[in-house]
Design a protein around this ligand. Structure first.
Ligand SMILES: C[S@@+](CC[C@H](N)C(=O)[O-])C[C@H]1O[C@@H](n2cnc3c(N)ncnc32)[C@H](O)[C@@H]1O
Length: 255
């Protein structure tokens, strides 16, 4: 048996063990107070602290989430390769004229389709991926950690609270508003959560018979969409009708 700092490597040397079964020697090693003490000290090492799970910090037990495979279908749907032909994520981000150090809240981030692109666009800034589905946040956090992306933080919100952290420069809401049960009340809260001068970019599917998008019954007509924002203290700064073939792309500012 070899002992390495903070972990144990068991050489089985021809012994047949059932999965999950430890040899007597390994059991003794695991119970060895010297080893346990070593890992306890390691866990308290401030120079090299253990990675804290942001979901756990927000009161969610990652072990209670749906299996990865169940969420993967929705992730695959949002990330499907042909989406870029009409969603035009690069053109959308270009239109936002970012400086590279902004704090951005991607509210209803889903799989992080825009989150990761924003993270590249603001290398000196931060992107908050916010969603009501912890499984989507687990996916984003896992992808960010394994990709070495350090400027993404995940935030679990609730259906009636956008949960945008203070100091955000841009709120981005793509294909989310038609999912929100009480959008007026939600926008009222959102308006109170953001600072003066912050921008809000919203993308929602246009009315009409289109090859992409949700059923007509849930679509929000453009006039109503604009009214929902202006009634909640947002000023329409720009309309971008030429960028996306199937969606409205509107930019508001909080005066
Ligand atoms: C169609 S997906 C869009 C995801 C992403 N914005 C994109 O463009 O790929 C809608 C997302 O909104 C989230 N959502 C639904 N209601 C929400 C709410 N009240 N607050 C925040 N997110 C919500 C869902 O969990 C889902 O991940």
């Amino acid at each position: 048996m070899l002992r390495h700092p903070g972990r144990i490597i068991i050489l089985l040397m021809g012994m047949a063990l059932l999965p999950g079964q430890l040899s007597a020697a390994a059991t003794a090693e695991v119970n060895n107070p010297t080893v346990n003490e070593a890992s306890r000290i390691n866990a308290n090492n401030t120079a090299n602290p253990p990675i804290e799970c942001p979901l756990r910090k927000q009161g969610i037990n990652p072990h209670e989430l749906k299996p990865f495979a169940e969420t993967q279908k929705y992730i695959d749907f949002l990330e499907r390769s042909d989406r870029a032909t009409w969603q035009k994520p690069d053109a959308v981000i270009t239109e936002l004229h970012l400086s590279g150090n902004e704090k951005i809240a991607d509210v209803g981030a889903g799989s992080g389709y825009f989150t990761f692109r924003f993270a590249r666009a603001v290398p000196e800034g931060t992107v908050y991926a916010i969603d009501i589905e912890p499984e989507m946040l687990r996916h984003i956090h896992h992808k960010a950690m394994t990709g070495g992306i350090r400027n993404i933080s995940v935030i679990k919100s609730t259906p009636d609270n956008p949960a945008v952290p203070p100091g955000v420069d841009l709120v981005f809401v793509c294909d989310v508003l038609h999912h929100v049960k009480e959008p007026e009340a939600w926008l009222k809260k959102l308006s109170m959560q953001i600072k003066k001068g912050a921008r809000l970019a919203v993308i929602e599917f246009r009315e009409g018979d289109l090859p992409e998008g949700p059923p007509a019954a849930v679509k929000i007509p453009k006039k109503k969409l604009i009214a929902m924002f202006t009634e909640n203290n947002f000023k329409l700064e720009a309309e971008k009708p030429e960028i996306l073939p199937y969606q409205e792309f509107l930019i508001f500012v909080k005066p």
